[in-house]
Design a binder for this molecule. Structure first.
Ligand SMILES: Cc1cc2nc3c(=O)[nH]c(=O)nc-3n(C[C@H](O)[C@H](O)[C@H](O)COP(=O)(O)OP(=O)(O)OC[C@H]3O[C@@H](n4cnc5c(N)ncnc54)[C@H](O)[C@@H]3O)c2cc1C
Length: 391
């Protein structure tokens, strides 16, 4: 009997969880195929370390071949570039045409520039390992060239990513830094409780990061940022963290998307109007904040539902709307956490973040491997070298 393909696009938090759970629950007759443009699974919280040049024990780029060792999951390393829902086929840049019985969209989010001139040309976003490497290379350049005065870094956006990257970079030993976070809302982390926003602002001030609030960025030029109030800020490195949207891949399809360009899904995470296509994580709107926790929870629901359909059951799971817990680090050994209604900060929150990583690793790797990676990190696929500088 011909095997039915379950094709998962994207091996981030949601796609990986779907693949691993399906592999446990489905036996004969089905082939699980995961397609990703990278050869590794990225633990996004480690991007800050890569950007700051600290390829330390929290740097996690896990090769898929290690995660899928001894598992019946076929991995295809390629960029997905076409979908034909009528023929039920996806195509990749390397020319693979992959027919599917069920398709899972887990391609994550892309950067949104809200049409602000210069963002795409001049700013580095913080979405991928390439972005983090770009920031690190610029820092390296300044340290090799022995730049006089501080290196000016402007960060557009005072959300999670903006404050975390500011807190991480300010500790960089590479060169003297002058970091400014520019936020359009009246406070950083505007969507979170007042207490968190206040504590983070205090912490950033303590670290020497300047914050400008209630001021949208109007334009980004080659060497300076134009603020809505007319002020100009010169920069050496411009980082854009102010906007995300659903995967740009969806722009080339007829699948239904909402105003954040994320898939419109029903309560079982099936794409509206397409029963054999599922959406999850940052690529699907469910009213839950786009986080790794949301993507993982969605992945569990999708795996359950595909396995149920495969077994002829009508017992499908509905996704739940919940408030994901979070831990926001800002500088070495300090973080603020919110778990349920409890908010706490300091060293304890920072230690908790390390244990969250261990817990995650244990769910995707055999225990000894998980502990090894947790203790020592896994970033050897990166080869960042100091650029040649003509002095
Ligand atoms: C810097 C940073 C720090 C973060 N820190 C936290 C945190 O501490 N806690 C938290 O809960 N959340 C955090 N997040 C958010 C979290 O990473 C996302 O919400 C989560 O990754 C979403 O999971 P996903 O599976 O939807 O997508 P992703 O994890 O983004 O995975 C998408 C996958 O699809 C692949 N892909 C994309 N396009 C293509 C294509 N065309 N072809 C093939 N493959 C493709 C990508 O390579 C990637 O592997 C952070 C995000 C960033 C950017």
């Amino acid at each position: 009997m011909q095997e039915k393909n379950i094709v998962i696009l994207g091996g981030g938090f949601g796609g990986l969880r779907t693949a691993l759970n399906l592999e446990k629950s489905l036996k004969k007759g089905y082939k699980i195929i995961l397609v990703d443009q990278n050869t590794f699974h990225l633990y996004t919280a480690s991007l800050y370390e890569v950007a700051a040049g600290e390829l330390s024990n929290r740097c996690i780029l896990l090769p898929f071949h290690k995660i899928f060792k001894n598992k019946k999951i076929k991995f295809i390393n390629s960029k997905v570039n076409k979908l034909d829902p009528k023929q039920k086929v996806v195509e990749t840049l390397s020319g693979d045409k992959i027919p599917y019985w069920k398709l899972v969209f887990a391609l994550g989010a892309d950067t949104e520039d809200f049409g602000i001139p210069g963002v795409a040309q001049h700013a580095i976003s913080m979405k991928s390992i390439t972005d983090a490497e770009k920031i690190y290379r610029k820092l390296l350049r300044c340290s090799v060239a022995g730049k006089a005065g501080a290196v000016k870094i402007v960060i557009g956006g005072g959300g999670f990513t903006g404050v975390e990257i500011a807190g991480e970079l300010i500790n960089s030993q590479k060169c003297k830094l002058d970091i400014i976070v520019v936020e359009a809302a009246p406070k950083v982390l505007a969507a979170l409780p007042e207490k968190i926003s206040k504590e983070i602002s205090k912490r950033l001030k303590f670290l020497g990061v300047r914050v400008i609030t209630s001021t949208p960025i109007k334009e980004i030029k080659e060497k300076e940022v134009v603020l809505a109030d007319g002020r100009l800020i010169k920069y050496d490195i411009m980082i854009w963290t102010a906007g995300v949207r659903g995967s740009r891949f969806l722009d080339g399809t007829d699948l239904p998307v909402d105003k954040r360009k994320a898939l419109v899904v029903d309560k079982y995470l099936q794409v509206k109007g397409y029963k054999n296509i599922f959406g999850l994580g940052d690529t699907a709107s469910t009213g839950v904040a786009w986080t790794a926790t949301k993507a993982e929870e969605d992945g569990k629901v999708v795996a359950h539902n595909i396995a149920a359909i495969a077994k002829g059951s009508r017992n499908l799971k509905e996704y739940k709307v919940f408030e994901p817990p979070f831990i926001i680090p800002a500088g070495k050994g300090w973080a603020i956490a919110k778990v349920g209604s409890i908010i706490f900060s300091g060293k304890a929150a920072s230690i908790l973040k390390d244990f969250v990583l261990l817990y995650y690793l244990v769910t995707i790797l055999p225990l000894p491997e998980a502990v090894r990676v947790w203790w020592g990190g896994e970033c050897e696929v990166l080869e960042i070298r100091a650029p040649k500088v003509n002095l």
